[in-house]
Design a binder for this molecule. Structure first.
Ligand code: HEC
Ligand code: HEC
Ligand code: HEC
Ligand code: HEC
Length: 236
């Protein structure tokens, strides 16, 4: 009875492949997003995520490094055991490479959380223009099918819970040196942390060009408390 099941799984995998759900998305770097979303970009710049690459330099975060058994005098900015979680899309299509480092991909930027942007960002422009012109809204499912992430949780866990015994089933080396065993403050709690605007970015009011499912579970809460910011641009 083993073979028919293997066969069915192979067909499902192939179907998933051709419908795009497992096709690798391409990273482009945060400047594309930032030019249209100026308020979020400005707010993001003050976060720890924006400074993630700096923390790998010698002479930075000395106390934290010593506590985690790292050498505070060492340059870790080209170390494959470190860089992966401190940049966008490490070793993925269009993502950060140690040999050809791009500034726009250094640090934990927009695409690390929202998904690799090449295939969906054009839909933002089109959707924004349609909304501006005649109030036509676009379904979010259109963006999700092009790789925009509306759940976030798995993306966070791949960096924050990647250590042995974290309980996250995807864990594999290189692991993060900053675990709750080193200091309790490194315990990752998704529901609290995703609400920390000082770590994501401040939230700004949307006009509502995109509607429907998938909608992030705290979207309404975030929008109800959002600030007035610079309107998302619709030109390239
Ligand atoms: C050409 C300009 C443009 C670019 C480039 C762009 N966006 Fe957008 N984006 C928009 C517009 C316009 C909206 C709709 C805003 C509204 O409803 O007020 C939007 C909406 C969004 C939303 C809210 C979606 C929703 O479901 O309501 C997110 C999140 C977002 N953009 C993130 C990004 C990220 C990340 C990138 C880079 C990969 C990006 N955008 C690139 C113009 C752009
Ligand atoms: C690509 C890896 C990566 C992803 C994805 C990621 N983070 Fe982080 N996060 C980091 C790194 C690295 C730091 C530390 C940056 C520094 O201080 O240099 C950090 C810092 C933080 C902090 C700040 C902790 C403090 O001490 O202030 C919070 C909160 C946080 N992340 C929550 C999240 C949440 C929630 C998500 C998902 C929505 C997320 N992160 C996604 C790598 C990641
Ligand atoms: C599996 C992902 C991952 C790897 C690999 C990784 N880090 Fe990080 N790093 C993180 C996350 C997540 C945080 C944020 C932890 C928090 O604040 O909760 C972080 C935080 C840091 C911080 C800030 C700590 C503080 O309290 O200020 C430094 C410094 C750092 N990492 C250096 C390194 C170095 C050096 C290496 C390689 C030896 C490395 N990281 C490898 C994910 C990773
Ligand atoms: C650490 C994760 C993280 C990073 C990095 C991040 N975002 Fe977000 N972003 C979020 C979360 C979570 C939301 C809330 C989603 C929702 O309400 O549907 C959000 C919402 C948004 C929205 C919708 C409006 C708002 O303000 O809530 C836009 C636009 C956006 N982000 C753009 C960006 C841009 C541009 C960057 C890079 C400069 C970026 N984000 C970086 C996590 C992140």
């Amino acid at each position: 009875m083993k073979q028919p099941i293997t066969y069915i799984l192979a067909i499902i995998a192939m179907f998933a492949f051709f419908t795009g759900s497992v096709v690798a998305q391409t990273f482009e770097g945060r400047s594309k997003c930032s030019s249209c979303h100026k308020s979020q970009a400005k707010s993001w710049r003050d976060t720890a995520h924006a400074k993630a690459m700096q923390s790998l330099r010698p002479g930075t975060r000395e106390e934290a490094k010593v506590k985690a058994g790292l050498d505070p005098e060492k340059d870790y900015t080209k170390d494959p055991d470190c860089v992966g979680c401190h940049v966008d899309g490490y070793e993925q299509r269009g993502g950060y490479e140690i040999k050809r480092p791009k500034r726009q991909l250094a640090a934990v930027g927009c695409e690390s959380c929202h998904g690799a942007g090449r295939d969906y960002r054009g839909e933002h422009r089109k959707g924004g223009q349609a909304f501006e012109r005649n109030g036509t809204t676009t379904e979010r499912s259109r963006l999700a099918s092009r790789g925009q992430d509306y759940e976030f949780e798995e993306a966070c866990k791949a960096c924050h819970l990647n250590y042995e015994g974290s309980g996250w089933e995807g864990n594999k080396p290189p692991y993060t040196p900053f675990t709750p065993e080193v200091d309790e403050k490194y315990t990752f709690k998704f529901d609290d942390m995703v609400k920390d605007t000082g770590a994501m970015h401040e939230h700004y009011k949307l006009d509502g060009a995109f509607v429907g499912e998938p909608e992030f579970k705290y979207h309404k809460e975030f929008q109800a408390n959002a600030k007035e910011g610079e309107k998302a641009s619709t030109d390239e």
